[in-house]
Design a protein around this ligand. Structure first.
Ligand code: DC
Length: 208
């Protein structure tokens, strides 16, 4: 069983995906981390983000088990990840890795931007998780403040809108709801309600 979860930044898809993987006894891959890991390696070595040859080589040698979410969640790494995500050859390399993960028993939950459209077009169930930019900005701001970070709602909102624009307007594998994905709008939901809604959608799809 493969569950594909796509959606914009701060939509709650990460938390949801982890919980769904636990619930259904599946493995979980946050594919955003693969883009972040490549971006972080380029930044750490002072290499230009447009150097696709080096980016592909880093991706080729990427060890998913070594990706450290706490390090890779830094804001500047997310920005750099969104920039290198326009490189088609790099995406091909990362998609190979992501598909290998997805196809390893007992199956997996993958979350990202192009899982239902490109990485796993034959997934058992596809969800597109979204929420209004304002709701996402509020959640992201609250999360950062709770970690003791300095966060301004207006700046976070602008940032999310910019990221949405770049991720959905790029020519290669743009963020898009797959034709056969179920839309889950969590604007008015807390995480528990969103989780229950997702479990219902997946259970129905499995039964069908
Ligand atoms: O989900 P995230 O914020 O960790 O993702 C960081 C960037 O990586 C995101 O802005 C776009 C890119 N990305 C992508 O292009 N395709 C994916 N499947 C996952 C992430």
């Amino acid at each position: 069983m493969i569950i594909a979860i796509d959606g914009p930044a701060a939509s709650g898809k990460g938390t949801l995906s982890r919980r769904l993987a636990d619930h259904f006894g599946l493995r979980h891959l946050d594919t955003g981390l693969t883009y972040r890991a490549v971006a972080a390696a380029l930044l750490a070595n002072g290499l230009p983000l447009g150097d696709e040859g080096v980016a592909i080589e880093i991706a080729h040698n990427l060890d998913l088990a070594q990706m450290d979410k706490s390090v890779l969640s830094a804001h500047e790494i997310g920005e750099a990840a969104s920039r290198i995500a326009v490189l088609g050859g790099l995406r091909d390399e990362l998609v190979k890795l992501q598909r290998r993960f997805a196809q390893t028993p007992p199956g997996a939950v993958l979350d990202g931007r192009d899982i239902g459209t490109v990485v796993c077009p034959d997934a058992t169930v596809k969800l597109f998780v979204t929420a209004s930019p304002e709701a996402r900005a509020k959640r992201r701001t609250d999360e950062m403040v709770s970690k003791g970070q300095d966060a301004q709602y207006a700046a976070v909102l602008e940032d999310l809108k910019r990221r949405d624009e770049r991720d959905s307007k790029r020519t290669v594998a743009p963020m898009r709801q797959a034709d056969d994905a179920v839309l889950l709008d969590t604007t008015e939901m807390d995480i528990e309600t969103a989780f229950q809604a997702a479990v219902d959608i997946i259970s129905r799809a499995r039964g069908a």
